[in-house]
Design a protein around this ligand. Structure first.
Ligand code: FAD
Length: 382
């Protein structure tokens, strides 16, 4: 149990972990095999704060501190990387709607999202645009009472399942000359389509390529002011990094727990493998990484709770925790021998999914450069 939580948070964590172990863990293999996500589990998980945890109560949320929210992410990551991912991506839209949405948008989109009646995705990355979001090519051209959106988005989590997509596009109107704006595109709007992209990691999360072929989007679906999406998007990425870091801590803890159990039950050469010194070294190296990753992640969450921007802390937490989780999963696979490769046994999935934390919301390399910029005051990114 984490030393970073108060008694109330610890009780919530125990309840969440128990619910996840009883209701989600048993169905993971089926959904991994089918590449599907059981959205109905969010009907219950929303009551713990998994939908709207970070938005004000006035908007129907829980107004949780980042430490509690991070703890929920750690528990989700411990259970299943795809769950942590879907929750993260869903709450990205929820938070944007709460912060920038009009009363009409909150009624039409936010309210049903909080009730788990509407699924969303976020379209930022494109075939030619990844780390450098300033280079977005997707265009929105204003024509009277609507915008016409044209372009493609790639690697979009939940794209094939989403009822709405918050898409960031370069905007052209009388008042706006190519700055970025966010729009809510709704499933069924002519010209909007999503197709699944197969990939190594987080297979049930519905990763997609989106196409916008002259999609007519009414002005009332613009989310936030015209041409001002960049700062909101970058700020959102900063805090989302802590979510990924916390999820990585959970996944690493899960790989460590399985390894400790295995080292204490599997025997070779007439003794438990945990009695072999080299296996003990793996366990100790894994434990150090888990503890260090957790310390950095909660340090970042606590800084956000104090109202700090905490860019250095968020980037360091994300880059260290995601790398450490993959290293821990790698060692866990080694401790398990051939069993570690078996599809259906959790280590194989954790090994793949921990790799999935090192790229999205800013790669490990980009986090290094953000932290370097904060520490040195010198920019090496561009
Ligand atoms: C599991 C998963 C889910 C995702 N979900 C979404 C989603 O829901 N919505 C969305 O919009 N996107 C999503 N993405 C896309 C993700 O945000 C991008 O993959 C990420 O931003 C990196 O972009 P890229 O893949 O184009 O790599 P690139 O930006 O092309 O980078 C390639 C390599 O170059 C390095 N590099 C780039 N710039 C620099 C630099 N300045 N200095 C040093 N090294 C650099 C990178 O670190 C990387 O190693 C997802 C990706 C994954 C893997």
């Amino acid at each position: 149990m984490s030393a970073y939580l108060d008694p109330e948070q610890k009780i919530l964590k125990e309840q969440v972990d128990r619910w996840l172990a009883e209701n989600v863990t048993p169905i993971i293999n089926k959904h991994e095999k089918d590449c599907t996500f059981p959205f109905e589990i969010l009907d219950e998980l929303k009551n713990f704060g998994y939908l709207g945890g970070k938005i004000p109560e006035a908007d129907g949320g829980f107004d949780l501190p980042y430490t509690t929210w991070g703890m929920l992410m750690e528990s989700a990551g411990y259970c299943w990387g795809s769950l942590r991912t879907i929750v993260n991506i869903t709450n990205g839209t929820i938070q944007k709607l709460s912060r920038f949405g009009t009363p009409d948008q909150k009624e039409r989109f936010l309210k049903p999202m909080l009730q788990n009646k509407l699924k969303s995705c976020t379209g930022l990355s494109e075939p030619n645009v990844g780390s450098d979001v300033r280079g977005i090519e997707c265009r929105a051209v204003k024509k009277g009472d609507h915008y016409v959106i044209t372009g493609r988005k790639l690697w979009i989590t939940n794209g094939i399942n989403a009822d709405i997509c918050q898409v960031v596009a370069r905007t052209y109107s009388d008042e706006c000359d190519g700055e970025l704006s966010t729009f809510i595109v709704e499933k069924g709007m002519p010209g909007y389509s999503a197709k699944r992209v197969e990939k190594l990691v987080l297979r049930p999360t519905g990763t997609s390529e989106l196409e916008f072929d002259n999609v007519k989007v009414p002005v009332e679906n613009r989310l936030g002011p015209e041409g001002k999406a960049l700062s909101g998007t970058l700020a959102g990425l900063n805090t989302a990094r802590v979510n990924i870091a916390m999820g990585a801590v959970g996944a690493a803890q899960s790989a460590l727990d399985l390894s400790i159990e295995y080292a204490k039950t599997r025997s070779q050469f007439g003794k438990l493998i945990g009695e072999h010194q080299l296996v003990q070294k793996y366990i100790v190296d894994m434990t150090i990484r888990v503890k260090a990753a957790r310390a950095l992640s909660y340090t970042a969450a606590q800084a956000l709770d104090r109202g700090e921007e905490a860019r250095e802390d968020c980037s360091i937490a994300k880059l260290y925790a995601t790398k450490a989780a993959f290293e821990v999963a790698d060692m866990a696979l080694q401790v398990h021998g051939g069993l570690g490769y078996a599809v259906g046994y959790p280590i194989e999935r954790i090994f793949r999914d921990t790799k999935g934390g090192m790229i999205p919301e800013g790669t490990v390399e980009v986090q290094t450069l953000i932290a370097g910029r904060e520490i040195l005051g010198l920019n090496a990114i561009t």
